[in-house]
Design a protein around this ligand. Structure first.
Ligand SMILES: NC(=O)c1ccc[n+]([C@@H]2O[C@H](COP(=O)([O-])OP(=O)(O)OC[C@H]3O[C@@H](n4cnc5c(N)ncnc54)[C@H](OP(=O)(O)O)[C@@H]3O)[C@@H](O)[C@H]2O)c1
Length: 329
């Protein structure tokens, strides 16, 4: 089993390395791949240095699986070339997510759709993954009509440059800007680029990807995505209107029995999810679960997860584990 990480020097790529190591992912060889800028650099894996190679060299070596986290344009150009030599690509960018013939997978929800024919598999957007992890069991039981979500997103969601911008600003140093404005002591209601409608692409990912993963176009979703000066994870305030009524205790029980979801919800002792605690963990944390008293069958909750873990690297590695366990590569 030969695995490649394309984008191994980036934020998501380096967490992929950690996750593969922690989970002792079964493999015989690991190829670390990045842009020509990084070729020749050494990155440690299981205490041994591995030299970074370029994409063409990696394709020649025909890895069984390539975990991609190198941006949309790299993925559009190179993922099909890996697929041509028989590699299964699991891609973290938004390049393939809405392609009709590509699967958009959160393993706990819809990995059973995968087959050997899927040579490019899309990993959903980080803010979508954590939201659907909590929504999927509720949708199954109570049927969602409408979701209103506001996000409070970590700078790590933008990549290395943005983390450096925040660190520089905190240290009072000048440096490159990943955002059009300072992010320290700020909240920027602008994640990814604006579409013609006035919504950002990040907001529309929450709409379109949720419907695709839950396989239900009737779910109405509207989103506001905001960047805040945290680094450990994304937070989301989510309001859901269901077709059927629910009992809040049952909702809490259902979520706490859901794989990959942890309920942190005890206001008597100020227990609720926060990025500070989600940082470095693979789970999705849910709290502040309460009835929306302004209309029937409606619920409010707060969802937090490490965007580099379940929102990216962990989900990708879990897809790879599913492929192996089911002989799909
Ligand atoms: N950050 C998140 O929370 C998150 C979550 C989900 C998905 N994603 C997606 O994952 C991807 C990477 O995000 P990131 O945050 O890790 O970004 P990042 O820290 O900026 O890293 C980008 C990586 O891509 C590599 N790369 C860039 N151009 C390349 C090229 N032409 N050929 C080969 N490698 C190239 C870079 O290599 P060099 O070091 O050599 O430049 C680096 O390893 C993006 O598509 C992003 O949308 C990110």
């Amino acid at each position: 089993m030969k695995i490649a990480i394309v984008g191994a020097t980036g934020l998501v790529g380096s967490v992929m390395l950690k996750v593969l190591e922690e989970r002792n992912f079964p493999m015989d060889e690991l190829l670390l791949v990045a842009s020509p800028r990084s070729v020749g650099k050494e990155i440690p894996f299981k205490n041994k240095p591995i030299k970074v190679i370029g994409i063409p060299e990696a394709i020649e070596q025909k890895p069984n699986i390539a975990l991609f986290s190198a941006g949309g344009s790299t993925s559009i150009e190179w993922a099909p070339k890996f697929a041509e030599v028989g590699t299964t690509v699991i891609d973290n960018s938004s390049a393939w997510r809405m392609d009709l013939d590509k699967k958009l997978v959160v393993p706990e929800i819809n990995a059973n759709q995968l087959s050997k024919e899927d040579k490019i598999i899309a990993n959903p957007n980080c803010s979508t993954i954590q939201m659907v992890m909590a929504l999927a069991p509720l949708h199954k039981k109570y049927k969602m009509k409408r979701v209103v979500v506001s996000t409070y997103q970590s700078v790590s969601g933008t990549g290395v440059k943005a983390v450096e911008q925040l660190e520089n600003e905190i240290a009072g140093k000048k440096g490159e800007m990943a955002y059009p404005y300072p992010i320290a002591k700020n909240a920027i209601p602008h994640c990814d680029v604006f579409e013609e409608t006035g919504y950002t692409k990040e907001e529309m990912k929450l709409v379109r990807e949720t419907q695709k993963i839950l396989d239900d176009k009737t779910i109405a979703v509207t989103a506001t995505a905001v960047r805040i000066p945290t680094a450990g994870g994304h937070s989301e305030s989510v309001n859901i209107e269901f077709e059927n009524d629910f009992d809040v205790t049952d909702v809490r029980k259902l979520l706490s029995e859901t794989d990959g979801v942890i309920v942190q919800d005890n206001i008597d002792v100020n227990t609720y999810p926060m990025p500070m605690y989600a940082n470095g963990k693979d789970d999705v944390f849910v709290g502040r679960i309460r009835r929306d008293m302004s209309q029937p069958n409606s619920l409010n909750m707060w969802i937090v997860s490490d965007n580099l873990r379940k929102g990216a690297a962990t989900n990708t590695v879990q897809i790879a584990e599913y492929l192996l366990a089911n002989n799909l590569v």
